[in-house]
Design a protein around this ligand. Structure first.
Ligand SMILES: NC(=O)c1ccc[n+]([C@@H]2O[C@H](COP(=O)([O-])OP(=O)(O)OC[C@H]3O[C@@H](n4cnc5c(N)ncnc54)[C@H](OP(=O)(O)O)[C@@H]3O)[C@@H](O)[C@H]2O)c1
Length: 359
């Protein structure tokens, strides 16, 4: 396979580092540039930033230089995402695959869709939002199962995650407001939770558009539970009486009938509320119809064949997110200009995942 796409990596955090390694290993991709948010990383070699041999590609924190770099695609993976940045990249003629947001258009956001489509038209390129979830679990996996369906009555996606092992105080406590008083963590009080909830909602609109469910609304519910006692977790200390459980339900309805549903059961400190359903850890996708299907998956560093630390297992979700994005690039670069979802890009494979044959 010849190298066809020149790719810029935007941000080199947990996901971005894995994406860079993925780009460097991919037979159809060349690393063309690296944008870093932090000044300390500017000027460093991309290989050095992701634990790979030197590449000769140096990181920059100069946005104008990134926009001026000739490239086919940008993997956009910053902690704080901005629509203006994505649109500027699109207008500069670069396709963008992004992990933080923009998974699918919601009818409530016509201006956002318009801005994106205008930028795509101007640059002659495409945008795709993906990851492990949002991404694979809530959009790709249900679509793949739906391909075996004669009729679908109902789709349900469940995510169960214990945040105790996740080492990000900023996301866990500051953004998601675990460890806060419940009135500070409601959807009304917490802008981040609302932004996050809209991302999961986008998946429901995507499935509805792709599968003709013709939903007319997505209803979001949130339930909070409190820690019965104090406990130390990776990200810090969870105090008794503060938020230790957040359950979100997104229901895509047509009239009063729920057609597509996502539920997230997120806990901290290992306190799992007795009143909640108990899906398995990870992601469970159920399609009720003719016929009906159910799959369950987890992301782990290894199923047992290799030694792996807890950190390796936690990092596996970032690897999965990065690779879903990286492996989408060839199809995205070949797509018609516009905001593209998985149904447009088709099946995403990992062409060099087995590596070179040995013996
Ligand atoms: N769709 C999914 O399934 C999925 C899964 C995981 C993560 N995500 C999203 O993907 C993005 C990357 O995740 P991550 O775990 O790699 O995040 P991260 O490690 O917290 O941060 C990523 C990078 O963002 C840059 N950054 C730091 N502060 C910033 C700021 N104030 N504004 C803009 N950029 C800033 C830094 O880049 P430099 O180090 O290069 O300076 C940082 O390393 C996040 O938005 C996350 O929510 C999506």
């Amino acid at each position: 396979m010849s190298k066809t796409c020149r790719v810029i990596q935007w941000a080199t955090g947990s996901v971005g580092r894995e994406a860079m390694r993925g780009i460097l290993n991919h037979p159809a991709l060349d690393l063309a540039g690296v944008y870093v948010h932090s000044a300390e990383k500017a000027g460093r070699d991309a290989g050095d930033l992701c634990g790979a041999p030197a590449t000769g590609v140096l990181a920059t924190n100069d946005v104008a230089a990134v926009l001026a770099t000739e490239a086919d695609c940008v993997v956009y993976a910053p902690r704080t995402a901005a629509l203006e940045e994505v649109c500027a990249l699109l207008r500069s003629g670069k396709n963008v695959v992004c992990t933080p947001f923009l998974f699918h258009r919601r009818p409530q956001d016509p201006l956002e869709s318009e801005q994106i489509e205008d930028a795509c038209r101007e640059g002659g390129c495409s945008l795709h939002g993906t990851g492990i979830h949002p991404g694979f679990a809530g959009m790709i996996q249900p679509l793949v199962l739906a391909g075996m369906s004669r009729r679908i009555d109902h789709i349900r996606i469940e995510e169960r995650a214990d945040w105790s092992f996740y080492d990000s105080p900023r996301i866990t406590f500051d953004c998601m407001r675990f460890g806060h008083a419940p009135e500070e963590a409601t959807l009304e009080a917490n802008d981040f939770a609302r932004f996050n909830a809209e991302l999961f909602e986008q998946q429901i609109w995507m499935l509805s558009d792709a599968l003709g469910a013709e939903i007319d609304d997505v209803r979001i519910e949130q339930a909070l539970t409190l820690a019965p006692e104090s406990r130390d977790v990776r990200a810090g200390r969870l105090e008794a009486g503060t938020v230790s459980g957040q359950r979100y339900t997104w229901r895509g309805v047509r009239g009063d009938r729920v057609r597509i549903e996502i539920e997230a059961f997120w806990t901290l400190g290992g306190f799992y509320p007795a009143s909640w359903p108990v899906p398995r850890d990870g992601w469970t996708v159920s399609v009720e119809g003719d016929p009906s299907f159910q799959t369950h998956y987890m992301s782990l560093a290894s199923l047992g064949a290799r030694e792996a630390t807890l950190d390796d297992h936690v990092q596996a979700a970032s690897v999965a997110t990065a690779m879903q994005a990286v492996n989408s690039i060839p199809a995205l670069c070949a797509a018609e200009p516009g905001w593209r979802s998985s149904i447009d890009l088709g099946f995403v494979a990992s062409p060099a995942a087995f590596g070179p044959a040995t013996g």
